[in-house]
Write a protein that binds this ligand. Structure first.
Ligand SMILES: Cc1cc2nc3c(=O)[nH]c(=O)nc-3n(C[C@H](O)[C@H](O)[C@H](O)COP(=O)(O)OP(=O)(O)OC[C@H]3O[C@@H](n4cnc5c(N)ncnc54)[C@H](O)[C@@H]3O)c2cc1C
Length: 398
């Protein structure tokens, strides 16, 4: 039997937030786009993220806005419009964990940061709170610091993945690289199975750290990627009040970032990031857990987490390479070296995925990739559908 050839406007490889958001963005605009995932949707970074959709204030702890904080400032409003159903992607049905995100300091914030937070530049993005409005974990009379509410919100990432994968479920397929080849034919990428070949007008590599291997398969070595490691801490306890906050210390980055989640068995988990996670990437898990316990004892000595269970997870953030391994400021989209129809993207933050998808659409328009007729995808149905990744707290506390 001869192999069938299928054509689509866009083939997206990698189903984390970057791929799923772009699929929704393009499908909603009439592009004939399909997505391929080798494992589970949201595996690696997306499912391990803290779900914060932030407006960049955490990058302003040095007392000034930088390029990173400018690029991200409009994102909470954009995501809120999506949650209402009138944004670039329809997120109705996605669970919001918290509309409130706090920033606290155990002492004063420092006069430079305090006056910057009170400045016109940050009006509407940061609000200093009166004691009665403090979140439950900071309500103790022993707490002497300052608390701010930020414009940020927190989403339930499994629910986000579910919402983004349900709407265009029939366009999402599992890919097994033992039976599929990513080939480059006359400078154009295509996917080949024994029974069919897919010739996309455009390919988007959105596989996070997997982009490096996909580019290698296409014979490309640029653009280069960097991995910035983290070791996050998880604590499962009986304290039921949720808490979503950054604690500011002496660095321009948060000393500790806390988000609250529930295991499949409805047990509360605090997920700890910030400097604790970025400065202890090589620590033994037991050593980092000791540090995390000391941090919580020092910052909230009145808090009784009761009987708790602790774990750590190591992860890499995959990003376009920067000099000195710095944090990139914006979503990245660029051409794959030597392959005319392939782009590679790293959103660099969950929050910035809308920017990545908008850049893909702008590229399609600039290249004159018109919306093609719907393709009969029944030839791909036998590939199956990938599941949604398991949250890391359920993996850690099985
Ligand atoms: C601990 C942690 C916390 C974070 N918290 C936040 C936060 O609160 N807010 C925020 O804005 N950002 C946060 N981030 C950053 C954010 O999570 C990432 O920028 C974002 O999730 C990256 O998404 P992605 O789709 O590019 O990659 P990933 O989420 O890594 O997804 C890549 C997908 O591609 C698939 N894949 C890989 N290789 C292949 C292949 N060869 N073929 C097919 N599929 C493949 C993978 O299985 C996976 O599903 C956090 C990151 C980490 C690590």
């Amino acid at each position: 039997m001869s192999a069938t050839t299928l054509q689509v406007d866009v083939a997206i490889i990698g189903g984390g937030i970057a791929g799923l958001w772009t699929l929704n963005h393009l499908r909603q605009r009439g592009y004939n786009a399909v997505l391929f995932e080798q494992q589970a949707l949201g595996s690696r970074q997306t499912i391990a993220s803290q779900g914060m959709i932030h407006g960049g204030i955490k990058y302003a702890l040095g007392g000034a806005l930088n390029a990173g904080s400018e690029a991200i400032a409009r994102m909470p409003d954009l995501w809120r419009s999506c949650l209402r159903g009138d944004g670039p992607v329809d997120l109705r049905g996605c669970r919001v964990l918290s509309e409130d995100f706090y920033l606290w300091s155990s002492g004063g914030l420092g006069s430079r940061v305090s006056s910057f937070f009170a400045s016109k530049l940050l009006r509407g993005r940061v609000e200093k709170l009166a004691r009665r409005d403090y979140p439950a974990p900071l309500q103790s009379s022993a707490f002497q610091g300052q608390v701010y509410r930020l414009v940020d919100l927190v989403l339930d990432v499994p629910s986000l993945l579910h919402t983004l994968s349900e709407r265009y479920r029939d366009s999402i397929f599992r890919i097994d690289w033992d039976t599929c080849q990513l080939a480059c034919e006359e400078g154009k990428a295509e996917l080949r199975w024994p029974h069919c070949t897919l010739q996309p007008r455009q390919v988007l590599l959105s596989a996070g750290a997997g982009n490096e291997e996909l580019m290698r398969r296409l014979g490309a070595s640029a653009p280069a990627m960097q991995r910035r490691p983290l070791q996050q801490v998880l604590v499962k306890h009986q304290y039921r009040a949720p808490f979503y906050a950054h604690c500011s210390g002496s660095n321009p980055s948060p000393r500790l970032t806390i988000s609250s989640h529930r295991t499949a068995g409805d047990e509360p988990v605090w997920y700890l990031g910030g400097d604790l996670a970025t400065e202890n990437t090589d620590a033994e898990p037991s050593e980092l857990i000791d540090k995390a316990q000391n941090e919580l004892r020092e910052l909230m000595p009145w808090l009784d987490l009761g009987q708790s269970e602790w774990a750590t997870i190591r992860l890499d953030r995959a990003e376009p390479r920067q000099s000195k391994l710095l944090k990139p400021d914006a979503a990245y989209l660029g051409p794959v070296e030597g392959v005319h129809n392939a782009l590679v993207g790293w959103p660099t933050k969950l929050t910035l995925s809308p920017d990545l998808a908008a850049a893909v659409e702008a590229h399609l328009q600039a290249q004159g990739v018109a919306r093609g007729p719907a393709t009969d995808l029944s030839q791909l149905a036998a590939l199956g559908r990938p599941p949604i990744a398991t949250p890391c707290w359920d993996e850690a506390f099985r």
